[in-house]
Design a protein around this ligand. Structure first.
Ligand SMILES: C[S@@+](CC[C@H](N)C(=O)[O-])C[C@H]1O[C@@H](n2cnc3c(N)ncnc32)[C@H](O)[C@@H]1O
Length: 253
């Protein structure tokens, strides 16, 4: 059960730098070093545009650079990873040819038109300023370049729980914006709660063209939808879609 005051206290504590630094050791960012998962994500990214001969940027790699290592092996000219938190140690980054860059989550620290491909797996839902991140991706991508993003629209607070709680998939949508931010802003389980239509609008308004898209729908939510009042304000598609993958192109100048 979610006890809102406890969530708020937890979040406020994580606003204290030494505490958040300590807790970061316990984060699990996703793929980690699961080689099957690395291959799966690499296959998704390179399905329509292989990285051979390309300059590739990954947004939010978390604890693994293995997907970019795979791209280098496949002939990428350069691979760069950008994150807001250091999950890969300096010792590890010294051993690789990948540029690992940290920034403040606002302006991407790259020149305009520097990359041919931008890849991102379950990171866009965590960005604190989605419109800026999308606009920045557009800026640093070359004309004709591609962005592939898998975005997980579920409430991450309940992932990994035993027994699983599929009915809580969109629990994050119960709360007004100000309260949700007070509960989550400093936490790794923060999600910006944008729905499928919001992402499509943001990317297209920034200038991207959608070349291909795939969505996953939660069957549990589909069945329970009439009894979930907090989902009634969304379109059917936004209320039931829990993962989207977008293949986007920056048009030629
Ligand atoms: C759930 S993890 C996903 C990690 C990895 N892509 C994976 O699938 O295993 C989300 C990652 O996005 C990063 N992140 C959050 N906001 C970001 C931003 N504005 N720019 C770049 N990365 C960001 C987080 O620090 C974290 O590394």
């Amino acid at each position: 059960m979610t006890i809102v005051p406890l969530e708020v206290i937890h979040n406020l504590l994580l606003g204290v730098k030494p505490i958040s630094k300590l807790m970061q050791r316990y984060h699990l960012t996703g793929i980690n070093s699961n080689s099957g998962k690395v291959q799966e994500v690499y296959t998704l990214y390179s399905r329509f545009t292989p990285p051979r001969g390309k300059d590739v940027l990954e947004i939010g790699p978390g604890q693994t650079l293995d997907v970019l290592e795979t791209a280098l092996t496949a002939g990428a000219v350069s691979c760069t990873a950008v994150d807001v938190l250091r999950y890969v140690s300096e010792k590890q980054t010294k051993k690789t040819q990948i540029d690992y860059i940290l920034y403040d989550g606002r302006r991407l620290p790259f020149n305009s038109c520097e990359f041919d491909c931008i890849w991102s797996h379950t990171a866009f839902e965590h960005v604190r300023d989605p419109a800026t991140t999308v606009a920045e991706c557009f800026r640093v991508l070359r004309h004709g370049g591609h962005l592939v993003a898998l975005i997980d629209l579920g409430d991450h607070s309940y992932y990994g729980l035993q027994p699983p709680q599929p009915l809580k998939l969109f629990d994050c949508l119960r709360y007004p914006e100000w309260l949700w931010n007070l509960m989550k802003w400093n936490r790794s389980s923060y999600t910006n709660r944008l729905r499928k239509s919001d992402w499509i609008r943001l990317f297209t308004e920034a200038g991207f063209v959608i070349e291909h898209q795939e969505s996953t729908v939660s069957d549990v939510v589909v069945k329970a939808l009439p009894s979930l009042p907090y989902l009634q304000r969304y379109s059917y598609e936004d209320a039931v879609t829990n993962v989207i993958t977008l293949w986007l192109r920056k048009p030629q100048a």
